[in-house]
Structures are given as C-alpha cells and as structure tokens.
Design a protein around this ligand. Structure first.
Ligand SMILES: *Cc1c(COP(=O)(O)O)cnc(C)c1O
Length: 551
C-alpha cells in the first residue's frame, strides 16, 4: 500500500522537468509555458498595457494563506498570469515611462535556461560553462569600454546599486586598509554630483560610512558635475584629513542623461593626490549603468557615418561619445544590461580596470571551508553574495551576441533619433520648454506652461529668481495636472504613458522643479508615437483651460 505522501510526491513529480530525457514530458513542459504565453498574449491590445488597469488590493493580499492541499501546474500558471494584468508593456512605443527596456527573445532564453538548472556562479565547480559565460561577457564589456583586457575583471551582481557598492567597498579598502577586518575607525567620504543616483547614499549608509559623509558637488545646467567645485570640495575633504572611499562619476544620470567629465575628474584626483602626498589613490568609480552602451560608438566613424544616421542624431551621439570615450580611465564601473542593454531584470556587471583590486575584498580560504575544493574560478571568494544565479550573464551574453556593435549602435541611434525629434517639436512650441536641451540621450525632460506665459523668459527666472517662487510652485502644480491627465488618458488606452519627476533640479533658491519625462526605449518607436506625446499634451492643456474657466 502506498502512503498518502507517496501519492503526493508522485503527482508533484509531474511539476518538475524530468531529470532523464522524456519527450512526452518535455512537450508538457513546453506546452505549459506556451499556454501561459498565450494567455498573456490575449491580454495585449493596442494600448501600452497588459490586460486592464487594476486597482491593487493589498488588504486582500494580506489575507492570503498557504493551502493544505497541493495545486496543479495549470491553475498555478493561470494565477501567475493574472498578476501581469495592468503592467505597462515596456516595449510598446507608447510606453515612455523610464529607462525600462524591452528584453529581446534571446536574452529571455538566456535568463530562463539557468533557472532550469540552477548553475551557481559562486564557483565554476557548480557554474561550469555558465561561469565561463560570465568571464566572456566581462571580457567583451571590458573591451567595449576600453579597459585593458588582460588586466581587467568583473562580476555580476544584484543591480546598479550593487555595482556601486563593490566600487565603494574596494575604494574604502584602498583608503583605509584593513577596514573590512577591523571596522571603520575614521571618517571616509563618497564624492559625487548632486545629480548622482541616490544609490550613492544607500551605499554610504550600508557600508557604515554614513549618508552625511556623501559630498554632493553642484552640477551645471547640463547636469554634469562642476569640475572646478569638485576640485574645491575634494581639496576641502583632504584638508580636513578625511579619507576618500570613492569618487563617483555619473555617466548618464537617471533623469536627464547628464555625463560627468570623467577625464578632468581623474586629472584633478591625480593632482590632489600628489599635492597632499596621499599614501593611496582615491578610487574613481564610473556609475555608467545607463551610459555604458554608448561605448559602442567609441570606434564609430561619425564623419563617414556608415549607418546613415541623420545629422542631428550624429551630433547627439557624438556629444555622448565625447564623454563615454573616457570610461576606460576609471578604476571601476557599473553596467546595467537591464537598462540600456535590452536584457530582463536583473543583469548588472561590476567591472574593474585591474582585477588585482579584488584581493582587497577577498575573504580567506578558512572562512569558506566547504567551498572551492576543486575547480579554478571562484568568484565566491570575493563576492558579497554566496549563491549567484546565471541569468544575468547569460542574458547579457545573448544580447552582445545578437546585436554586435552595429546592432546596438542602430538601436541606440534610433531611440536618440526619436528623442531628438520630440525635443525639436517641444522646443518649437511656445507652450513647452525642454529642460535637458544639451543632454543627448533617449530621455527628454520638459515643462508645459499655460497660455500667456513667456516661455523665453519665465523658465530662466524660475530657475534663478527667488521672487518667482510662487509662479514656480504654480507651474509645478500645472505640470502635475498635465501629467495626471495624460496618465488617465493612457490608462484608458489613448495617448502615451510618460512619467513625472518631482525634482528635475532644485532652483537656485532651493525650490524643486517638477518636470515631465519621456524616456523612449522601445525599438518599435516611430515618428507617430512622438506625435502622440504632443497630442496628449495639447489635449491636457485644453482640459485644464476648461477646468480653470469653469472655476
Ligand atoms: C538605475 C540607476 C542606479 C541603480 O541601479 P539599479 O540597477 O536600479 O540598482 C544607479 N545609478 C544610476 C545612474 C541609475 O540610473
């Protein structure tokens, strides 16, 4: 007689991929996935949304409990699919929300294969050839950004924040040797721009440096670090005898695509190191999680322009390339394949110019007696994580193979062409002002004004003149209302989904400046989707005018 549990096990076995080839069961596996895909496909319409707009019910969610009895693969799958309802379709040309790319099919396959076999990149004992994939991607990316291939190294980690954490941790060990063993005994700073990602503060907090020890250097109107102030503020830190755990150059700010002048920052760092006779070289980490992809243009000939980009696009791409070209001079950098590399979440690579720096964060063999008994490649000796999955490197590898340099150049060139087009229209209209005119990425930040506002003079006054505080606030509210109307319309299946940033920048007198944001990431974008943004804006302006008239 079989015990009840044996029945349960027997039936649950059907829910696992079979360990030994079984064509019939394989078909069941594939068909189950196909069925889920089919259900998701039925949730597609012309709108940039899967299914319908959903009201999220957390009260009901908190009432969920684990059932006594097992369920079937089919009903679990049905329920999982339902959770996709209401999601924005990131690859939809009318979804221009944020730096969220549409993943390619090869990168999805690359992400899924490891989830069937669970290779652990902790060591090549368990990761086998998937560990090799991580090394391949590291070499390819290092070459793209201009790190010397023989010396460089890298490791995939849990997001752009993770890449910054690695950079700052290694820099801290350089500045305060032994801090990892004995703890931090003196204050150490992270220096970055005021447009740097808040991940700098997260890292300062989690590393025990303290958020108050992040030095934020003011930026230019182009959202680039002011290098003269960088020099002043770095000098002040050194004069006070404080250590520098890391200098972070933001190569592609999250909102506006601002690019710090890395090369000048390095020159200043070296000069001050000598001037203060430091016994360490402050570590420079390039936060290039967004900007890295433009390194495919390092060896593009903008003069002969073989891919045939139009002149405005060439100018925008060259404007980015002039900064990205210097990435190879940084000590370390971060790459998000899940941002500008069209890979599924999460695929982030921390790259080091000199892999020998990894020794600074290696734990000794005695701490991990049960690992590393065989094999040759043991990232687990220095990674923060113990278990690391293979999805990140496999999906990154998929896209680097699929695109080649020309594929990535063409995709980025196309997105920038669309953004340039949108920007030109917004600049041409009296009621709209582009805020990041001199940034050259796929993102456009702009403000919309009511009739009768002199958009030649007012935005500048809002930025500089404290007497304009109340107008700035009123126009912030106006832009919030424009955003709401555009979003409501998008949820009904009309228009586009864009986003709003609460603080594009602070005005000179400390007031946040709200901006609307179009982030064009879909390879399916065309000029009519750009027109759709404009049409949505004009409709929203008309509605607000009517609302005001009836008040
Ligand atoms: C998105 C972003 C980060 C954080 O990366 P995650 O992958 O979201 O952890 C850090 N820096 C910049 C500039 C970013 O845009």
């Amino acid at each position: 007689m079989t015990a009840p549990y044996q029945e349960v096990v027997r039936s649950l076995r059907q829910a696992f991929p079979q360990p030994v080839s079984d064509r019939v069961h394989d078909a069941y596996f594939v068909f189950s996935f196909l069925r889920a895909l089919d259900q998701v496909d039925r949730m597609k319409s012309v709108t940039p949304l899967l299914g319908k707009p959903e009201t999220l019910d957390y009260a009901a969610a908190r009432q969920r409990r684990v059932a006594e009895a097992p369920s079937s693969l089919e009903s679990v799958s049905d329920e999982l699919v339902e959770h996709l309802s209401g999601l924005f379709i990131s690859g939809h040309p009318r979804a221009q929300v944020n730096v969220v790319p549409a993943p390619t099919i090869p990168s999805i396959i690359g992400g899924m294969l490891p989830s069937i076999y669970n290779p652990n990149l902790c060591s090549d004992e368990s990761g086998r050839s998937v560990s090799v994939a991580e090394v391949e991607v590291t070499a390819m990316a290092a070459d793209l950004v201009g790190y010397p291939a023989e010396q460089s190294g890298g490791v995939f980690t849990f997001g752009g924040t993770g890449t910054l954490l690695y950079g700052a941790k290694i820099g801290l060990e350089k500045a305060c040797p032994g801090a990892g063993q004995s703890g931090l005994r003196e204050p150490a700073t992270i220096i970055c721009s005021d447009r740097a990602h808040y991940a700098c503060s997260t890292v300062a907090n989690w590393l025990g440096l303290g958020e108050q020890n992040v030095v934020h250097v003011p930026t230019t109107p182009e959202n680039e670090i002011r290098t003269c102030l960088f020099e002043t503020m770095l000098r002040d830190v050194l004069k006070e005898g404080r250590k520098v755990a890391a200098i972070v150059a933001t190569m592609g700010t999250t909102d506006a695509f601002g690019l710090d002048d890395l090369s000048t920052m390095i020159e200043i760092r070296d000069r001050l190191r000598d001037e203060f006779d430091l016994d360490y070289t402050p570590h420079i980490h390039a936060d290039a999680v967004i900007g890295w992809a433009w390194s495919v243009f390092n060896d593009y000939d903008f003069t002969t322009n073989p891919l045939g980009f139009d002149p405005r696009t060439v100018r925008a791409l060259a404007g980015t390339a002039r900064r990205i070209r210097h990435l190879g001079q940084s000590d370390s950098l971060g790459i998000d394949f899940h941002k500008t590399g069209f890979a599924p979440y999460v695929s982030s690579l921390f790259l080091l110019q000199k892999s020998s720096d990894l020794q600074l964060i290696s734990r000794d063999q005695s701490a991990t007696p049960y690992l590393f008994q065989s094999g040759h490649h043991h990232p687990g000796k220095y990674t923060l994580e113990t278990t690391r999955g293979g999805s990140g490197p496999m999906s990154a590898l998929a896209n680097l193979l699929l695109f080649g340099k020309d594929g990535l150049r063409s995709l980025l060139g196309h997105l920038v062409t669309m953004a340039v087009e949108l920007s030109a229209h917004l600049k041409g209209h009296a009621a709209t002002v582009v805020l990041n005119q001199d940034n050259f990425g796929p993102v456009t930040l702009f403000r919309v004004y009511p009739d009768g506002v002199d958009t030649f003079a007012v935005p500048k006054r809002e930025q500089t003149d404290a007497a304009y505080r109340s107008q700035l606030q009123a126009h912030n509210a106006y832009n919030r209302r424009v955003f709401e109307l555009i979003r409501d319309e998008a949820l009904q299946g009309r228009g586009v989904v864009i986003s709003l940033t609460d603080c594009y920048r602070l005005s000179d007198y400390g007031e946040p400046i709200v901006a609307l944001k179009s982030y064009i990431m879909s390879p399916f974008s065309e000029a009519d989707n750009v027109q759709a943004v404009l049409d949505s804006i004009w409709r929203a302006r008309r509605i607000i005018a009517q609302e005001n008239a009836s008040k």
